[in-house]
Each structure stands twice: as structure tokens, then as C-alpha cells.
Write a protein that binds this ligand. Structure first.
Ligand SMILES: [Zn+2]
Length: 205
């Protein structure tokens, strides 16, 4: 009962901030709340508990339960899949700044510019990019196509919003170095490389 009260208090605060009532709410509002909690780095268990509390509150008041809607079920499945990749809050990495540095290397300049761009911009099947991430733990660098990451995160996020939440999918350690490897800018060049976050060790394992 205490957990339900606490979960509901969080939802009510959020709803009031948005100028809405906490009950009755449409399923879309529950989905927005799920995305909000996921964006805050809450665990899937916490988010499920919050959704359960909203449903219980509606049922107790003889209101239609918005949490039984298909869109809510899909939202919960989405955050369950996000779990290994996007859970941790970190302070911004060294490349979250706006101003260019004197004589900064090309991959760093490109990475800095990419931070303001949407993750989905890098999922074009014609020009596929790969995310390369070194966690702070002992695991080797992890790679995944950006196209695989996009369906797991809320739409419209920039790299600056996503990189602080990246963590190792094996051990859950926060990201240390984050880079993007993409198609060559010219056919006779190698992969295009850009650095989103330099990290403390600056070394791939
Ligand atoms: Zn790891």
C-alpha cells in the first residue's frame, strides 16, 4: 500500500506540473508518463509499479483503467527492452560543450556537432552508423547499429540527451567513451569516425 501511495504521489506531481488531473487520465497520458520516467532513468520495475498504481487508483474509483490499453502495453515493452542500454545518469562528458576548442581534431569537432543532432538522423539504412561504447567496467567496447537503438528510445532525442544514459549491456557500467562509426565521406576514404564522449581513460578495450 505504501509503495502504491508513493508511486501515485509521483504521478500526481507530474500530472499537476503538466496542468492535468491525476484521474481519470487517457492511456496516452500514461504512455507519456512511462516515457518520462524512462527518460529520468527509472528502472522498468519502478515504472511498472507506477503504471500498476495508476490502474489500481482508477479501478478503485470505478473509472475505466487506462493502463489496460494496447499503447500502454507497448510502451512498457519498449522500456523493458531499453533496460540494458539506457538507464544510467552521468554528468555530461567533455564533448557536451557548445564552443569549439582551438585546433580540435576533426572527429572531435564532428562529434561535438553531432551531439545536437537527433539519434534517428544516424539510422538511415542508406548511410548506416554504428554506436561504439566503452563502459567504465572491464568489458570490451560494445558496438551496435544506431538503427537498432532508435526503436528502443523515445523519439526526437538528441545524442546529447541519450549519451548520459548509455551503459554497458553486459555489466551495466556507465559509458566512458562513446563514438560513432559511419560510412566514408568519400568512397576512397575509410570509415567516418566521430567522438561523442571522450571518457576518463580515453582508451578502448
Ligand atoms: Zn560491461
Amino acid at each position: 500500500m505504501r509503495a502504491r501511495t508513493k508511486a501515485l504521489a509521483g504521478f500526481t506531481r507530474w500530472a499537476v506540473m503538466r496542468g492535468a488531473t491525476a484521474a481519470p487520465v487517457p492511456p496516452e497520458t500514461v504512455v507519456d508518463y512511462v516515457d518520462y520516467l524512462a527518460g529520468e532513468g527509472r528502472s522498468p520495475a519502478t515504472i511498472k509499479q507506477a503504471v500498476w498504481a495508476i490502474g489500481a487508483q482508477h479501478r478503485a474509483a470505478d473509472l475505466a483503467d487506462p493502463t489496460k490499453a494496447e499503447v500502454v502495453r507497448l510502451a512498457l515493452r519498449r522500456i523493458a527492452r531499453v533496460r540494458p542500454g539506457l538507464t544510467t545518469r552521468l554528468p555530461p562528458g567533455p564533448y557536451l560543450r557548445d564552443a569549439p576548442e582551438e585546433g580540435e581534431p576533426e572527429p572531435v569537432r564532428r562529434g561535438r556537432e553531432a551531439m545536437a543532432k537527433m539519434v534517428s538522423d544516424y539510422a538511415d539504412p542508406a548511410r548506416p552508423w554504428e554506436l561504439v561504447m566503452q563502459g567504465r567496467g572491464t568489458c570490451k567496447a560494445r558496438r551496435c547499429p544506431v538503427a537498432d537503438l532508435v526503436p528502443m528510445i523515445p523519439t526526437g532525442l538528441t545524442w546529447a540527451e541519450v549519451t548520459p544514459r548509455l551503459s554497458c549491456d553486459l555489466c551495466g557500467a556507465p559509458a566512458d567513451i562513446i563514438g560513432l562509426a559511419g560510412p566514408p565521406a568519400h568512397p576512397d576514404l575509410g570509415q567516418t569516425w566521430l567522438l561523442l564522449q571522450k571518457g576518463e581513460t580515453s582508451r578502448w578495450r
